[in-house]
Design a protein around this ligand. Structure first.
Ligand SMILES: *Cc1c(COP(=O)(O)O)cnc(C)c1O
Length: 393
């Protein structure tokens, strides 16, 4: 089926375009490191690009291409570049656009390592970074320098749920010749399409909503134009952060149910948000679906739904956070997000415990903050679990 003009759900099922010669209903796992050429001439044509035959799995593989083509269609981009992890995707983008003497402006509350590598690894290569609260475009405007090459956004941001205005920021960046990359992990293309809003590149940790079953670590970069794709792809190949065919197969399988998984998790999350808002031990709830979210209107404009990630604060602070973690029974006490199972995490005592309190607060992580990734279980059970755990505080 030609999927280019099909609806989102049809694309989820039928995009990819890799046809098995034996008629297999799904793209098989081409578990091979290398591909044999039909002749010396054919080999030469594969290397020169005259023939699009496969050469070597780090460069390209049919099972991986199926996933890459599907993600490119879902994000309305030119091409996808799958990576072994979300961090492989982040590094592919940074390494493509940054270099000696260049500068990046990055959302301050991003996935920890996306910021961490800009503070610890990239300075070794002469790359300078400024971290800003990207909910106010003025902060980005003030941070832009002559040598700024890339603006890196995560929206909604992790774990503050802050929302940045993708369209306005892209207009600002492009007026100064700066590229924009959006980490779309929290939304997936079902809820947000950054390339349609003007971004040049979008990336995902497919470990999260895209695969959605907590059994794979994977990433992808999708470029809007052929020009950017042709810069990004060789970088991934040369960094060696390619995906494995088995990983691609499982990710493509998980992706097929993306919309129904997100619909259910989001429906649950809206009810959880409502429950938490009314709970006497909860001091605040940050969720794009709540009218008191500071960027509620913007979220409604650029997202197709509020998603299934929620952050909330406990009146009892740090100790209450720890107590809640030790009291949940249904929710898994784990990092990661976007899976079919509900996950709970207390950044101050867990993922961000190595940072100082000041360091955490600079990234928007207060001691009372709990991050909750709502799954697709029965919402009554999710709420019952929160009820009994909150009662123990
Ligand atoms: C998990 C995550 C990453 C990193 O992805 P991995 O697959 O763990 O390497 C990047 N960005 C966001 C928003 C994430 O949640």
């Amino acid at each position: 089926m030609k999927t280019k003009d099909a609806g989102f759900n049809s694309k989820l099922i039928h995009s990819g375009g890799i046809k098995d010669p034996l008629g297999s209903a799904v793209t098989p796992i081409y578990q091979t490191s290398t591909f044999s050429f039909k002749s010396a001439e054919h080999g030469a044509k594969c290397f020169s690009g005259e023939s699009d035959g496969y050469i070597y799995t780090r460069i390209g593989n049919p099972t991986i291409a199926d996933l890459e083509n599907t993600m490119a269609e879902l994000e309305n981009g030119y091409g996808g570049i799958a990576t072994g992890s979300g961090m492989g995707a982040v590094n592919t983008v940074y390494m493509t656009y940054l270099g000696q003497g260049s500068h990046i402006v990055c959302t301050q509350a991003v996935y920890g390592p996306s910021r961490g590598i800009l503070e610890t690894i990239y300075p070794k290569f002469g790359v300078e970074a400024t971290f800003v609260d990207s909910t106010d475009i003025k902060n980005l405007e003030n941070a832009i320098q002559e040598n700024t090459k890339l603006i890196y956004l995560e929206t909604p941001a992790n774990p503050t749920m802050d929302i940045a205005d993708i369209k306005a920021i892209c207009e600002l960046a492009h007026s100064k010749g700066i590229k924009v990359c959006v980490d779309n992990t929290f939304c997936s293309p079902y809820l947000q399409k950054p390339l349609d809003l003007g971004a040049d590149v979008v990336l995902h940790s497919m470990t999260k909503f895209i695969n959605g079953h907590a059994d794979i670590v994977a990433g992808i970069v999708v470029a809007k134009t052929e020009e950017d794709y042709k810069k990004l792809r060789p970088m991934m190949i040369n960094l060696g952060c390619n995906m494995d065919p088995n990983q691609a197969y499982l990710t493509r399988r998980g992706l097929k149910t993306l919309s129904i998984r997100i619909d259910k998790a989001q429906e649950n999350c809206i009810k959880v948000a409502d429950y938490l808002t009314k709970h006497p031990k909860v001091s605040w709830v940050k969720y794009p679906g709540l009218k008191d979210h500071p960027q509620y209107e913007l979220g409604k404009q650029q997202m197709n739904g509020p998603g299934a990630m929620i952050s909330f604060g406990l009146k009892g602070g740090f100790e209450a956070g720890e107590k809640l973690m030790n009291s949940v029974e249904l929710a898994l006490l784990a990092v990661s997000l976007g899976g079919i199972e509900t996950l709970i995490q207390h950044p101050a005592s867990m993922t961000h415990s190595k940072l100082t309190k000041e360091g955490r607060e600079a990234a928007g992580i207060t001691d009372d903050l709990v991050r909750y990734s709502v799954g697709i279980e029965d919402v009554e059970d999710i709420i019952k679990d929160l009820e009994q755990a909150l009662a123990k505080i």
